[in-house]
Design a protein around this ligand. Structure first.
Ligand code: NDP
Length: 500
């Protein structure tokens, strides 16, 4: 338990590994200290899984995948497991949200009303999919005629053991985003959360046992990416990697996976444009542009970090977003007045600070923020930079902090080139009252999701993922079935009794 002045205590799960339905220590007993990013105080220790621990977890997942218990479980009953887990998350949502806020720093209201709500919704959404997996009948035209009658159908088979690797920005939601489709489509999974924020995933492991999942269906190994994550990627019994994180790590994973032809889905970084046209309703567009970048302290892969504004309204929009940024209250996620929490770690604070400094050195001018906040905790002030150029380092790299570059444009015909001048292609938003312009521009932007008069609306029913260096494959929606199953064609020759 962690006691907090003025609020309920937060129960900390034991920092062990979940392997084959039981909690255990790492074989060599190593641990990592976990810190509250708002206070820099130590809150827990979690186990460091070695390659040998990952091997044990993968073997457990493989045994379960091959077992009659798992193979014979009715699809509807896999869905019921996910529904039971959703009910337990609902029961413990307050406690889970407190734990998320302690470990990640985000405001409690966000943990409770966004992260936990998403977790429950996603469990239920995928639970529904478990009984809707179907194949197709195929009319054949065999190219040789041996007088036989042929029939063929396809069925979708689960890929096998999935290795899930998740980041620290939405720890619980990301864990569910990997576990729920794996289970719904009949796979088993070994999940490695980020060592920066593993606590809600460990608590989720306790709920998975309580929900009665078969032993080994879901295994959780905490530890370092380069060690436990890499061991998962390299293990021959893992047939698919589902990864969310940085583009650099995604590239490494893709290279390693190629050796064993593993199936891979990668949900990676972004540098998403928010584009405000002169005819936009500025009462919505200005708060909308601020809301595209600042929530979760900018640690969102689809964050609208490049704000393109038509020149005639540029000053009003840039000043308006800066005004909102200046008024956002930073502080402990447990104090309800605070709207933004800290960055996840000292390393992330250093990374954001150095990118902002590089932007200022290269000529960008801060309209607000541009430095860390005074006092304890990894807080960075919400920042609007004006005068940035597309060739600056800060305009090209993902910052993953509360930092937006405001840039004017004069000619609508240049928007396609400006918005697409990035290696990324995850999200984009267009703010306008003109439906023609909205749809014609949406068509020109190379991104997995284009929002119109809104930003960052995600829904489990809507496919999500990136083009270019933002990733491979899609999560959510009906597309996800391709990520966790493969088609098997069954072809038969029918003979007999004068009927064929
Ligand atoms: P990483 O991509 O390194 O981490 C994401 C996950 O991958 C973590 O679980 C990490 O483990 C794991 N990992 C790291 N190396 C390997 C490997 N070789 N094989 C398998 N798994 C591995 O992101 P960082 O935490 O270093 O963040 C750096 C930057 O990445 C951020 O500033 C941001 O720009 C971007 N990012 C993007 C995210 C997104 O949602 N698109 C999410 C997080 C980060 P561990 O953390 O335990 O080392």
């Amino acid at each position: 338990m962690i006691e907090r002045a003025g609020g309920p205590a937060v129960r900390i799960p034991a920092g062990r590994l979940l392997i084959g339905g039981a909690w255990c220590e790492a074989i060599d007993g190593r641990t990592i200290a976990v810190y509250d990013p708002a206070t820099e105080e130590k809150i827990a220790d979690i186990a460091v899984a070695s390659a040998a621990d990952v091997g044990r977890a993968v073997e457990a997942a493989h045994r379960t995948f091959e077992s009659r218990v798992w193979q014979k479980l009715r699809p509807l009953d896999r869905g019921r497991l996910l529904e039971r887990l959703a009910l337990l998350v609902e029961r413990d949502a307050e406690e889970l949200a407190r734990l998320e806020t302690l470990d990640n720093g985000k405001p409690f209201a966000v943990s409770r009303n966004v992260d936990m709500k998403f977790a429950m919704d996603a469990l239920r959404y995928y639970g529904g999919w478990s009984s809707k997996i179907s194949g197709e009948y195929i009319a054949l035209s065999p190219f040789f005629d041996d007088g036989g009658t042929y029939r063929a159908y396809t069925e979708r088979k689960p890929v096998g053991v999935v290795g899930g690797i998740t980041p620290w920005n939405f720890p619980m939601g990301q864990a569910i985003q990997k576990i729920a489709p794996a289970i719904a489509f009949g796979c088993t999974i070994v999940l490695k959360p980020s060592e920066e924020a593993s606590l809600t995933t460990l608590r989720l492991g306790e709920l998975i046992l309580e929900a009665g999942f078969p032993e080994g269906a879901v295994n959780i190994v905490t530890g370092y990416g380069h060690e436990a994550g890499q061991a998962l990627v390299d293990h021959p019994l893992v047939r698919k990697i589902a990864f969310t994180g940085s583009t650099a790590t995604g590239q490494k994973i893709l290279e390693s996976s190629a050796r064993q032809m593993k199936r891979v889905t990668l949900e990676l970084g972004g540098k998403s444009p928010a584009i405000v046209l002169a005819d936009a309703d500025l009462n919505r567009a200005i708060p909308g542009a601020a809301n595209a970048i600042f929530p979760n302290s900018g640690q969102v892969c689809t964050a609208g970090s490049r704000l393109f504004v038509e020149a005639s309204i540029y000053d009003e929009v840039a000043r308006g977003v800066a005004e909102i940024a200046r008024n956002l209250r930073l502080g402990s996620g447990f104090d309800p007045v605070n709207e933004l929490g800290p960055l996840i770690s000292a390393r992330q604070l250093e990374r954001v600070s150095s990118l902002v400094s590089s932007g200022v050195e290269e000529g960008a001018q801060p309209l607000c923020g541009a430095g860390r906040a005074a006092g304890k905790g990894y807080f960075f002030q919400p920042t609007v930079l004006s005068g940035a150029r597309a060739d600056m380092r800060i305009a090209r790299e993902e910052v993953f902090g509360p930092v937006v570059l405001a840039m004017p444009f004069t000619d609508l015909r240049t928007i396609k080139a400006l918005a697409n001048d990035t290696v990324y292609g995850l999200g984009a938003s267009i703010w306008t009252r003109d439906l023609n312009k909205a749809h014609l521009l949406a068509d020109q932007i190379d991104a997995g999701t284009v929002w119109i008069n809104t930003h960052n609306i995600l829904d489990t029913a809507m496919p999500f993922g990136g083009t270019k260096m933002s990733g491979l494959g899609r999560e959510f929606g009906s597309e996800v079935i391709h990520a966790y199953t493969e088609p098997r064609a069954v072809c038969m020759r029918l003979d007999g009794a004068g009927l064929a």
